[in-house]
Design a protein around this ligand. Sequence first.
Ligand code: AMP
Ligand code: MN
Ligand code: MN
Ligand code: MN
Length: 276
Amino acid sequence: MNADLHCHSTVSDGQLAPAEVARRAHAGGVTLWALTDHDQLGGQREAREAAEGLGMQYLSGVEISVTWAGRTVHIVGLNVDPENQALLDGLAATRNGRAARGEAIGEALASIGIANAYEGALRYVNDPNMISRTHFARYLVDAGHAQNTSDVFARFLCEGKPGYVGHRWAKLADAVSWIRAAGGEPVIAHPGRYDYTPVEFSAFFDEFIQLGGSAIEVVTGSHTPDQYREYAEVARRYGFYASRGSDFHGAGEGRIDLGQLPPLPADLKPVWERWL
Ligand code: AMP
Ligand code: MN
Ligand code: MN
Ligand code: MN
């Protein structure tokens, strides 16, 4: 089983259309796939049809932006019903505000001498309500302000940098309950990316469990190999199911392509087993 349960299409901040991501996943050897666009289910029908046409098994997915203890975390929902109204309404409320935040990022960048970045970034996105920092990063690279998108994040868009604009996303309890209402499984995405203290991490995991959560990404394109080991240990300690996903956004962006991650450590419980 080659499961890749985290990636993005042009519906959010990926570079390929859902059917193109499906073809790339299949070419990469993926046999169980989920497209997990940020705060949007608009690509699910195309993704499922393409996946099934190629002979891959498919799980509907989404990645919800959440604010917990003043910082952004992401919760992936797997095997959700993409027609569920509670989930659709929650995602719409979460997206709402991206356009205004985008304008504020544009103003913040203008104040350090980079004019019209919002207008520039809008050319990289299909729907203004889906504008993300990734679209700004691509525009700033193409406009010659940085070498690559990681460089843009490090210099301009990460917390503490001049183009960073704080935003209040969904509450953890709401994201978990929308995913559950839609029949899905909430999964803590790329925990290694969060800048929490050990005390905050244990409070976060405890709260997630209290809310009914029981799964975590261990092997992800957003983790280093050391972090695979670190979060495998967390999965054992808390009894979490484990997930695996590249977090692919586009060719030449990110560390790893679809289907190319190492397998989960053999003793962990794969989150997908119950659905096969
Ligand atoms: P947003 O939801 O608008 O805050 O944008 C978050 C997106 O930016 C993530 O989903 C990633 O695709 C991308 N991202 C965040 N941090 C980095 C980074 N350090 N380097 C490259 N991309 C990043
Ligand atoms: Mn992204
Ligand atoms: Mn994420
Ligand atoms: Mn992602």
